[in-house]
Design a binder for this molecule. Structure first.
Ligand code: 5GP
Length: 176
């Protein structure tokens, strides 16, 4: 990790408190419905998924899916599936767990892929949402924080693979 740490946008304490809220809401919403399959979107959502999943009080299992964008650096491009879920999600309640939603293209694409597996339901959860940046109309059921149009790192999110393990969300100025 670089010695020049990015300035803090959302503190570790605020993130953790918000995850408690989200976990409580999700647990209430899924109570009595059997198991919920949490599908973490690699790589950025791995820390959020780890914290969120351990605070739920409903039965849950964990899957991962990986996508990449043909764009480079901070520019978004066409979305491509890198790794599909391994487990069978047919007839199950699915909750997609994302790190951040910007244009909505990735989440929209993921919903399409996961629908083709025939789940009982699909809901969406993201830690961060760049509220003014939507290009597609995609419903997000659970949002941690709304942020502006800036590049953020930390708590699983990177810039060029740096700063993923910061405990807080910081912002950086992309150079591309
Ligand atoms: P979207 O398809 O909604 O435009 O972008 C979603 C994906 O772009 C996220 O899953 C994430 O990989 C990446 N992304 C968008 N904004 C940011 C950001 O500010 N920081 C980081 N690290 N990734 C971002």
């Amino acid at each position: 990790m670089s010695d020049n740490l990015p300035p803090e946008l959302i503190s570790e304490e605020d993130i953790q408190a918000r995850i408690n809220d989200l976990a409580a809401r999700i647990s209430t919403d899924y109570a009595g419905q059997g198991e919920v399959v949490l599908i973490g979107v690699l790589k950025g959502a791995f820390i959020f998924l780890a914290d969120l999943s351990r605070r739920l009080t409903v039965p849950r299992s964990i899957e991962f899916i990986a996508v990449s964008s043909y764009g480079s650096g901070s520019k978004s491009g066409a979305v491509r599936l890198v790794m599909d879920v391994r487990g069978n999600i047919e007839g199950k309640h699915v909750l997609i767990v994302e790190d951040i939603v910007d244009t909505g293209n990735t989440l929209n694409y993921l919903i399409g892929i996961l629908k083709s597996h025939g789940p009982a339901s699909i809901k969406t959860c993201t830690l961060l949402h760049k509220a003014g940046c939507a290009e597609v109309d995609v419903e997000i059921d659970y949002v941690g924080f709304g942020i502006g149009d800036e590049w953020v790192v930390g708590y699983g999110l990177d810039y060029a693979e740096q700063n993923r393990t910061l405990p807080y969300i910081g912002n950086v100025t992309p150079t591309d």
